[in-house]
Write a protein that binds this ligand. Structure first.
Ligand code: HAM
Length: 423
């Protein structure tokens, strides 16, 4: 339990995002939103908590549900859970509103998983993601993967990442594969020990274990690719051809079943070489053709991905790309008269479309000029007693040091014109 001192700190596994780091967040989300919008996605906002049954659809044998769920009773006695991923809420919203298909939505939202916190693994993490519902066509799989890939490469500038793809096949494939896998785990029950129970409940879950002592057994396990039905194999082939056609490199990873139970068909994950092995997934996703039906909706195919914002930003730091944008202060007002004059000037500058800031508290002029330099303002605009009396302000170009008087009434338009000319 936290001591007195600890309770006024962000809880373990969570963090505050302060400027300038938050500016990287803002740019990342803006870039993602723009890319998603260009591809025909609309923004979806869903509650941060759902009825527990919605989150439980991630699968009773998954860590996310069995060990990491933030569930609670509200004051009305309802059993609720904080969202653990975006997909369950999207599928629930689809089943509830029955929108026209294809339904293409993007989101940015926090998710909650009671994990062991470490760098890149948090109890509250944020994702940006997209989901497409209502289309059972491998070309959508290609588009969705390509969207994530372009976001990493073009918007963020990442290079040191790999795309792994796999297919979980259709229901028939999975049923056949489950039987084979179960027999394989049974033959290795002495290695699995008490976890044999979990293997029986869902044989696939063992495949994504990172336990070092199991790796040899997992490596040698039967692979799903050998059990794909003709239709599933054809779809997977189409996805691969599409990625080739778009020049997107990938590796087939037959053990990529991902940690959530809803996956069917194509699964994929992006892993960064700039991150530690256990937390190197900067995003992942796949098909979940049964999930909407599990939420009480009509059978509806779906596919999408989620990208961990914190993790992808750590990868960006590792590759030295996508740094905080330069602060964009056009004008810093040096106010040595005090009172309302400075307030109205700053307000006029902002109304003109310039970014403008000022010092407060009537500090010495020299200090204020120092702040103007520090924030990287392009111009300092000084309002002193002489200027006020003469209806002027002194404008200084902070890069060249050139200073001139400009009529107070015209200064906002004057600066805006100069800014536009230089763009
Ligand atoms: P996921 O693989 O569980 O998939 O999470 C997606 C991404 O979120 C991961 O690749 C990682 O970047 C980030 N992430 C996950 N857990 C944490 C954590 N504890 N701390 C920091 N980052 C984390 C999903 O959530 C699926 N809903 C993706 C999806 C969308 N599938 C289909 N549509």
């Amino acid at each position: 339990m936290p001591g007195d001192r600890d309770v006024f700190r962000a809880p373990i596994g969570t963090h505050d995002v302060l400027p300038p780091e938050s500016e990287r967040w803002e740019s990342l989300v803006a870039a993602f939103a723009a890319r998603a919008r260009r591809a025909g996605f609309g923004m979806l906002v869903t509650p941060i908590f759902e009825h527990i049954e919605v989150v439980q659809k991630l699968g009773s044998t998954t860590d996310v549900v069995s060990k990491e769920m933030y569930d609670f009773d509200d004051k009305g006695g309802r059993r609720l859970a904080l969202r653990a991923d975006g997909t369950a809420s999207v599928a629930r919203a689809f089943a509830q509103h029955q929108p026209v298909t294809p339904w293409k939505v993007w989101y940015v939202a926090p998710n909650f998983r009671y994990e062991r916190p470490q760098k890149g693994r948090y109890r509250q993490h944020w994702q940006v993601g997209v989901e497409v519902l209502g289309v059972d066509d491998a070309t959508v799989d290609i588009e969705v993967i390509a969207l994530a890939h372009a976001f990493y490469r073009e918007d963020l500038g990442l290079r040191r990442f790999r795309l792994l793809v796999n297919s979980m096949g259709d229901a028939e494939t999975r049923s056949r594969y489950r039987d084979v896998l179960l027999a394989y785990w049974a033959a290795h029950s002495e290695v699995l020990g008490a976890e044999m129970e979990r293997a029986q409940a869902n044989p696939l879950r063992i495949l994504d274990s990172k336990r070092p002592d199991w790796q040899e057994m997992i490596e040698a396990a039967p692979q799903i690719g050998e059990y794909l039905t003709k239709e599933s194999a054809a779809d997977f082939e189409m996805v691969q051809q599409g990625l080739h056609a778009l020049g997107i490199q990938f590796e087939i990873e037959p053990r990529l079943v991902r940690g959530l139970d809803y996956y069917t068909g194509t699964t994929f994950e992006f892993q960064s070489d700039a991150l530690d092995g256990a937390q190197n997934a900067i995003g992942g996703g796949g098909r979940y053709d049964g999930l909407v039906e599990q939420m009480g909706g009509k059978p509806t195919p779906g596919i999408g991905f989620g990208i961990g914002i914190e993790r992808v930003l750590i990868a960006c730091e590792g590759e030295e790309v996508f740094g905080a944008p330069e602060p964009a202060v056009d004008v810093f007002v040096i106010d040595i008269v005090g009172g309302i004059a400075g307030v109205t000037l700053v307000s006029e500058l902002r109304a003109e479309g310039l970014s403008a800031d000022r010092a407060y508290g009537n500090r010495a002029a020299k200090k204020q000029w120092g702040v103007a330099d520090r924030v990287g303002a392009r111009w300092g605009v000084m309002l002193g007693p002489r200027e006020l009396a003469e209806g002027k302000v002194a404008v200084k170009d902070l890069a060249s040091g050139v200073q001139q008087d400009v009529a107070r009434a015209e200064v906002a338009a004057w600066l805006k014109m100069r800014k536009d000319e230089s763009v």
